[in-house]
Write a protein that binds this ligand. Structure first.
Ligand code: NAD
Ligand code: ZN
Length: 360
């Protein structure tokens, strides 16, 4: 067979400058595999880099391949790879640590100071025809799990991590602020973990409708700028009391505040949404009522649980995908995601024609 030459890659050059260009097909290092990519979901952070050229201190200073919610098929093995074989369908866990620091050794590799994470400058992402990745951060998919579900393990793992950080368990009453992709995966996971009652809020009714479909017990449509005391009252009315856990998946100061104020004394407020780094929080309220405030940074060791959840067939994470585009239509895909066109929630970009690698 002739060697493939096409490695069409989505490369971000800077603000509003995302291009499709050919790059050389990389060679896997000893512990890596070469993947023929299948599909890649667009994440809010990809859009943020396109629009602002930076997230906090991570600045796009040189051309960077975009994309990190991905799945692909193993097409070449590095010399030391034993856990995979050519033809395996895998979900790509996009971030791995230095492997030698205390955090990496202790299992909290998401806190490694030298974390390497796809499409976080200066590290290249994987919206490309070919991409190399450490084999131990490629999770083999069972035949009945689709490549799209494989790509969705990335946001799903955030939901797993958030619910684990919140300590969601059998009977927990959980308030989720925000019904974007992250709020919705958090809902799916909290339900799977046996939460008692789940209420979810958003500014957009169409997202709350999807949340209902996915099993939310209550939804609350909020207006921007609404009075926080009133919001808390409405939340408590829906639960018949205060929720045990609140998980903020918005990234707004107002929702971080509500996550504390709405949570019952002794409960836990988890902040997943990434907004401004300095915000005003009702700390006195939190400490006088022993409401724990916990952060979430991506995930670590959460892919296996996310995969088993999908493989069980009990959840419908695919419901989050509202739009499909081929890589050649990348500009339209980003436009749809960025402006929420047609009620967009998760936009999936197909590097191979859809269903090429899904069982018939
Ligand atoms: P998104 O923008 O699609 O969803 C956010 C949702 O919150 C939207 O539906 C929006 O309508 C709603 N919202 C915004 N302001 C609100 C308000 N004041 N009250 C009620 N609802 C409000 O984003 P997403 O992809 O779902 O991600 C959610 C957040 O999580 C983002 O801030 C993202 O950066 C962050 N995130 C964090 C991590 C992490 O590791 N901590 C990982 C992934 C995403
Ligand atoms: Zn490390």
């Amino acid at each position: 067979m002739p060697e493939a030459k096409d490695n069409l890659t989505a490369v971000l050059y800077g603000i509003e400058d995302l291009r499709l260009e050919q790059r050389p097909i990389p060679t896997p290092k000893a512990d890596e595999v070469l993947l023929e990519m299948d599909c890649v979901g667009i994440c809010g952070s990809d859009v943020h880099y396109l629009v602002h050229g930076r997230i906090g201190d991570f600045i796009v200073k040189q051309p960077m391949a975009i994309g990190h919610e991905a799945s692909g098929v193993v097409s070449k093995l590095g010399a030391n790879v034993k856990n995979l074989k050519v033809g395996d369908r895998v979900a790509v866990e996009p971030g791995y640590g230095c492997r030698v620091c205390d955090f990496c050794k202790g299992g909290q590799y998401n806190l490694c100071a030298d974390m390497i994470f796809c499409a976080t400058p200066p590290v290249d992402g994987n919206l490309a025809r070919y991409y190399t990745h450490p084999a131990d951060f490629c999770h083999k998919l069972p035949p009945h799990v689709t490549m799209e579900e494989g790509a969705l393990l990335e946001p799903l793992a955030v939901g797993v991590h958030a619910c684990r950080r919140a300590g969601v368990c059998l009977g927990s009453n959980v308030l989720i602020l925000g019904a974007g992709p992250i709020g919705l995966v958090t809902l799916i996971v909290a339900k799977s973990m046996g939460a008692g009652k789940i209420v979810i809020t958003d500014l957009l009714q169409n997202r709350l409708d999807v949340a209902k479909e996915l099993g939310a017990d209550g939804t609350l449509l909020l207006e921007k700028g609404a009075n926080e005391t009133e919001i808390v009252k409405k939340v408590h009315a829906l639960f018949g009391g205060a929720p045990d856990k609140t998980i903020d998946c918005c990234g707004a100061e107002s929702t971080s505040r509500i996550s504390i104020l709405a949570t019952r004394s002794g409960g836990c407020a988890v902040v997943v949404g990434m907004g401004p780094s300095d915000v005003k929080l009702p700390l006195g309220n939190a400490l006088a009522r022993e409401v724990d405030i916990r952060g979430v940074f991506r995930y670590c060791n959460d892919y296996p649980a996310a995969l088993s959840l999908v493989a069980s067939g009990k959840i419908n994470v695919k419901r989050l995908i509202t739009h499909h585009f081929n890589i050649e239509k990348m500009a339209d895909a980003f436009n749809t995601s960025r402006h929420g066109l047609g009620g967009a929630i998760k936009v999936m970009i197909h590097v191979q024609p859809k269903d090429t690698n899904n069982s018939k």
